[in-house]
Design a protein around this ligand. Structure first.
Ligand SMILES: [Ca+2]
Ligand SMILES: [Ca+2]
Length: 382
């Protein structure tokens, strides 16, 4: 488990509680490996990955500037961009790839030229080379679709910033732009390799080369033009527990909610998926199947005495704000004694048990592996 600097300060205290509670290594339990494959058709390990969301295939970039299309299971389909089309130089550096639909096109960063973006048609013709901000170093890319347009996010490693550019329909780089500031240490910036976004959840996943994922939460999910938005690093996941040795790029497939990572040190592409929670009742922190003052006490004991462990942290997050803290105990007391609003989905005891609909919660340390309070339906026992 990676312990990050700064977790002991202020509003990150809750994370420390979660880290302590999951000291057995369950911190990375929010993800599991679905499968992996090598790319023997290509003369070296691929470094960058994007999902073609129209065809449901993978675009894999090599250090020579080539881009090849594979199925999600690792079957080679066809070359898209031949090696060395940009400047003929081979580079061992990382790159970023993004697939942009409507009309389909591909953006590539890094490779032989660290300071430019190349735009290719979907069939591989080089359409444009865009110089960006002088000599800054760009690696990770992802495109966030919004309706018929979207936002291209570009990871700038030396400042650990993400530049976000609005794309309107058929017009690239048109409209508001903003910047997400990850505020990482020098050592972490040197390790930055890729970014992607969990759509709808407003959580960024940032990959570090030594097989670690950071979870970054922008403080403002709807930035204005020109705004610089700080991100809170809400957690980290050590992927070495999953057999991954290094990460050079990652991509999220919004249609299947899977991730793809490249690990050139093993010559492999990994597919990861979220591990879903077991059903539970929100607010029933001690898992008894009933809601009473003991649940509030259990949360306080967990937070301050270290004497108890919450088996289902998601149940302890009574107000469903992605944190287990004092406000959850206060929230329960309001429910019990003051007619306050009921705990959100899946609801308190009395309503049907349900799984957490947002697997990002497990990544944030709010998973639910064991819950014993679902009663006769037995669905929570395993
Ligand atoms: Ca209870
Ligand atoms: Ca909470």
């Amino acid at each position: 488990m990676a312990q990050r600097d700064g977790l002991l300060h202020g509003d990150r205290l809750w994370t420390v509680a979660v880290l302590l509670a999951t000291a057995s290594g369950a911190w990375g339990a929010g993800l599991h490996v679905v499968g992996s494959f090598g790319t023997p058709e290509i003369p070296f390990p691929v470094t960058s990955v994007a999902v073609d969301t129209d065809r449901g295939t993978l675009l894999l970039g090599g250090p020579d500037g080539s881009i090849n299309e594979f199925t999600r299971d690792g079957f080679f389909l066809e070359p898209v961009v031949p090696a060395g089309l940009f400047d003929g130089k081979r580079s061992s550096s990382d790159r970023g790839l993004a697939y942009v639909p409507n009309p389909p096109r591909i953006y590539s960063s890094g490779g032989a030229s660290q300071t430019a973006l190349c735009r290719y048609s979907r069939s591989g013709e080089l359409q444009d080379v865009l110089g960006l901000f002088g000599h800054q170093h760009f690696e990770g890319l992802f495109f966030e679709q919004r309706g018929s347009a979207g936002i291209l996010h570009i990871l700038q490693t030396s400042e650990s910033s993400i530049y976000a550019f609005t794309f309107s329909e058929n017009r690239d780089f048109l409209g508001p732009r903003f910047q997400l500031d990850l505020n990482l240490s020098y050592e972490e910036r040197r390790e930055l390799t890729g970014i992607t976004l969990l759509l709808e959840r407003k959580v960024l996943l940032v990959s570090l080369e030594h097989a670690e994922l950071l979870l970054a939460v922008p403080r403002n999910p709807s930035p204005a033009h020109g705004e610089i938005v700080p991100c809170e690093i809400a957690g980290s996941i050590d992927l070495r527990d999953l057999g991954i040795h290094s990460v050079h790029d990652l991509a999220h497939d919004p249609q299947t909610d899977a991730f793809f990572l490249t690990d050139p040190s093993q010559g492999k592409v990994f597919e990861l998926a979220f591990t879903s929670s077991v059903p539970f009742h929100r607010g029933d922190a001690d898992g008894t199947g009933s809601l009473n003052v003991i649940d509030a006490v259990s949360i306080m004991d967990f937070l301050f005495l270290g004497e108890s462990r919450l088996e289902c942290l998601a149940a302890g997050d009574s107000n469903a704000d992605r944190r287990v803290d004092v406000s959850d105990a206060v929230f329960l007391l309001q429910v019990l004694f003051n007619g306050g609003p009921e705990p959100p989905e899946p609801g308190p005891p009395g309503s049907p048990c349900g799984a957490d609909g947002d697997p990002a919660h497990a990544l944030l340390g709010l998973g639910c592996d064991v819950y014993r309070g679902c009663g006769d339906d037995g669905s929570a026992d395993r």
